[in-house]
Design a binder for this molecule. Structure first.
Ligand code: FEO
Ligand code: CA
Ligand code: CA
Ligand code: CA
Length: 548
C-alpha cells in the first residue's frame, strides 16, 4: 500500500542562507542563546570550567562533551512551557578543556582515563525560563545529575547473565529517545570501551534506560534491544498501549531494527513498566526492491539463527562478495550480543549508516536518515548510490500504521547532495527541493508533524568533485525543515565553524527549541576561549511558537 497523503506542513520563516560564519545563525525574528556548555557544573560541589583542566572529581560533576541527542521531560507542579528536565547525551569528551594534548588510551594516566570517562554519558538538568525570558539550568536542583563512563549500571534482559554483574560505565552516548512511561533511553554507539580496554567488550553497545525523575530502577542496559552501534530510539504506540521502538545501527553498513515489548505498557502505574524492555521480540528490516518490506524476527532457532549459521558479511562494500563466516547462535543471548551478525544471517538489508529514526505523531510514516557510505560498491534499491558521499532519507509506513506490523512499504524520500557537485557525476547532485545539504543525521518530527533534519558532513569533507569541499557549496552544518508533502527544504539554523548540529527537544508549546552544537572548532561560543560543545535555546522574538 502507498502511504496516505499527508497534510502540508510548510513553516513560515525566512530561510537562512548557507554560510561559514563562526556563530549560530537563525532566521530574522528569532534569537539564539547558549544554555549549557561542556565544562559547566551540573552537580553541585564543583566550579565550572574557567580555563584550567579539571580534577577527576570535578569532571565527574561537569557537563560532558559533544552534546548529542536529548529529551525534555515535564515536572509535576511546574508549567512545562516555563521549566522542566532536560536529559542530554554526551557522545565524546571535549578534550581541549580536559587535558593537555590529546588522549591516548595506551599511555593515559589513571586520572586522564577517569576524566575522559567523566565526559561521556548523560546529564539531567532542571531548566527554567527566567523573568527576563532567558532559559538557564537551575543550579542546586535535586534532579541535576550525571551518569558517566565511570558510573555503575545494571543489565536486564536475555543477555544480562553474560555481562558483568555491575557494569562500569556507558559511553559514546550518541542519540537517544524516550518511553511512553517517561524514562530516557540513551544509546551507546560503540561496542567496546576504548577509553578503558580492561573492561569486557560485551558490556557496551546497548540501549540504556534511565529514569530522569530517579524513581524507578537504577540505570539499566536493556539487552533485549540488541547490541550494535546504536544511534537513537523512536517509538510508535497504538491505542492499546502496545509499542514498537525503532533503532538504527550507524555502521558501514548497518541494519534497521525494531523491538516490540511482549506486553502493553501501563499509563497509570509507572512502576509496572520497570522491566517492560526486558521481554519482547527484536526484528530487523528487509527492504525489498518493489517498495515492500518485512520485519524478520531475531529469535534463536528461527530464520537461520542456529549453531553453524553462515554470516554473509558486509556484502555492499565490495563487488567481490566477502567469505562467509560461521557464527554459533545457541541461545538468545548469543543472538543479542552478536546482533549485527544475526541480522545479516536472517536476511536484514544492510543500509548506508542508518542514523536517526523518527515517527510521525499519527503513526502514518517513519523517517530514517542514511547519512552516507563512501565505501558502498554494490547498490541496492534502498541504497541506490555507490560511493554514497551525501546520504539519503527513507520514508516507510507500517502496514495498518500499526507498531505490531510485520510488513511495511517504503520509498526514497530524498537523495542529498547539490547540483553544484554535478562535475563529479549524477550520484552527487541529489534531488533536494530547496535548500540543499549533505549527510543528514539528526531527524525529528515535532508534535505538529513538522520534519526537522540536522546535518553532519565532515569538515572539510570530500564532495566528490576535485578541489571542492562539501562546505564550499553548502556551508557549515545546519538544521532544516522539510515539508513532508511538497518536500520543500528550508534552512532554519546554521552552526559555527567545525561543528555538527545534532539533538532537538522542545517545550510542549513549541515556543522553545533546544538544539545541540557538537564539536565546534573555532571561537564559539565565547570569543577568545576554547571552543566548547553546547546546548543552545532558540526562541521567537514575538514569543510565538517556532515556525508557527
Ligand atoms: Fe554519533 Fe552516528 O552519530
Ligand atoms: Ca549522529
Ligand atoms: Ca553522523
Ligand atoms: Ca558526532
Amino acid at each position: 500500500p502507498t502511504p496516505a497523503p499527508e497534510p502540508s506542513y510548510s513553516i513560515g520563516f525566512t530561510p537562512v542562507a548557507a554560510n561559514r560564519d563562526d556563530t549560530v545563525t537563525v532566521p530574522a525574528g528569532y534569537s539564539v542563546a547558549v544554555m549549557l556548555k561542556a565544562g559547566d557544573a551540573i552537580e553541585s560541589g564543583a566550579d565550572s570550567y574557567s580555563g584550567s583542566y579539571p580534577t577527576p572529581a570535578q569532571a565527574e560533576k561537569w557537563a560532558g562533551g559533544n552534546h548529542d541527542g536529548m529529551e525534555y521531560f515535564e515536572l509535576e507542579g511546574t508549567d512545562p512551557n516555563a521549566g522542566g528536565l532536560l536529559a542530554i547525551n554526551f557522545e565524546f569528551p571535549d578534550y581541549n578543556i580536559l587535558m593537555a594534548g590529546s588522549y591516548n588510551a595506551a599511555t593515559a594516566t589513571a586520572d586522564q582515563k577517569a576524566i575522559a570517562l567523566s565526559a561521556v554519558g548523560i546529564g539531567v538538568v532542571e531548566v527554567a525560563r527566567g523573568s527576563d525570558g532567558k532559559w538557564a539550568v537551575k543550579s542546586g536542583s535535586k534532579y541535576n545529575k550525571r551518569y558517566t563512563g565511570n558510573s555503575s549500571y545494571r543489565a536486564g534482559g536475555p543477555a544480562s547473565g553474560l555481562l558483568s554483574g555491575t557494569i562500569k560505565g556507558m559511553l559514546n552516548n550518541c542519540s537517544s529517545g524516550r518511553t511512553p512511561w517517561g524514562t530516557y533511553l540513551t544509546c551507546e554507539e560503540t561496542t567496546d570501551n576504548y577509553l578503558d580496554p580492561t573492561q569486557p567488550a560485551r558490556n557496551y553497545g546497548w540501549v540504556v534506560e534511565i529514569d530522569p525523575y530517579q524513581e524507578l530502577a537504577e540505570p539499566t542496559k536493556r539487552t533485549a534491544m540488541g547490541r550494535f552501534n546504536h544511534e537513537n530510539v523512536a517509538y510508535m504506540a497504538n491505542a492499546d498501549r502496545r509499542v514498537a521502538f525503532y533503532m538504527g545501527d550507524d555502521s558501514t553498513p548497518g541494519c534497521i531494527y525494531k523491538f516490540i515489548p511482549s506486553r502493553a505498557y501501563s499509563a497509570t502505574n509507572r512502576a509496572s513498566n520497570i522491566d517492560l524492555l526486558d521481554y519482547g521480540t527484536l526484528y530487523v528490516a528487509k527492504f525489498n526492491g518493489d517498495g515492500t518490506g518485512e520485519w524478520i524476527a531475531l529469535v534463536q532457532g528461527q530464520n537461520g539463527l542456529v549453531a553453524g549459521a553462515q554470516d554473509p558479511g558486509n556484502v555492499s562494500q565490495s563487488v567481490t562478495p566477502p567469505a562467509a563466516t560461521t557464527v554459533n547462535f545457541t541461545s538468545q543471548a548469543d543472538v543479542l550480543i552478536n546482533t549485527q551478525s544475526a541480522a545479516r544471517v536472517a536476511g536484514g538489508t544492510v543500509m548506508d549508516r542508518p542514523e536517526w529514526i523518527t515517527v510521525a505523531p499519527d503513526n502514518s510514516s517513519i523517517y530514517v536518515t542514511l547519512t552516507n557510505n563512501s565505501g558502498r560498491r554494490v547498490a541496492s534499491p534502498s541504497n541506490p548510490r555507490t560511493t554514497n558521499l551525501h546520504g539519503h532519507i527513507i520514508r516507510f509506513s507500517e502496514e495498518g500504521n500499526s507498531p505490531l506490523a510485520t510488513k511495511f512499504s517504503w520509498e526514497i524520500f530524498l537523495l542529498a547532495g547539490d547540483p553544484g557537485f554535478s562535475a563529479g557525476g549524477a550520484n552527487l547532485t541529489g534531488d533536494i527541493n530547496g535548500d540543499t545539504f549533505s549527510s543528514p543525521d539528526g531527524l525529528r518530527i515535532d508534535p505538529k508533524g513538522r520534519l526537522w533534519v540536522q546535518t553532519d558532513h565532515s569538515v572539510p569533507g570530500s564532495s566528490g568533485v576535485s578541489g571542492v569541499t562539501i562546505e564550499d557549496v553548502v556551508g557549515h552544518n545546519a538544521m532544516f525543515t522539510i515539508d513532508q508533502q511538497t518536500k520543500q527544504s528550508k534552512r532554519f539554523l546554521v552552526g559555527p565553524e567545525g561543528c555538527e548540529i545534532t539533538g532537538l527537544a522542545y517545550t510542549p508549546d513549541l515556543k522553545t527549541f533546544f538544539v545541540n552544537i557538537q564539536h565546534p572548532t573555532g571561537n564559539w561560543p565565547i570569543n577568545g576561549e576554547e571552543p566548547r560543545s553546547s546546548t543552545v535555546v532558540v526562541t521567537r522574538d514575538d514569543a510565538q511558537p517556532v515556525g508557527n
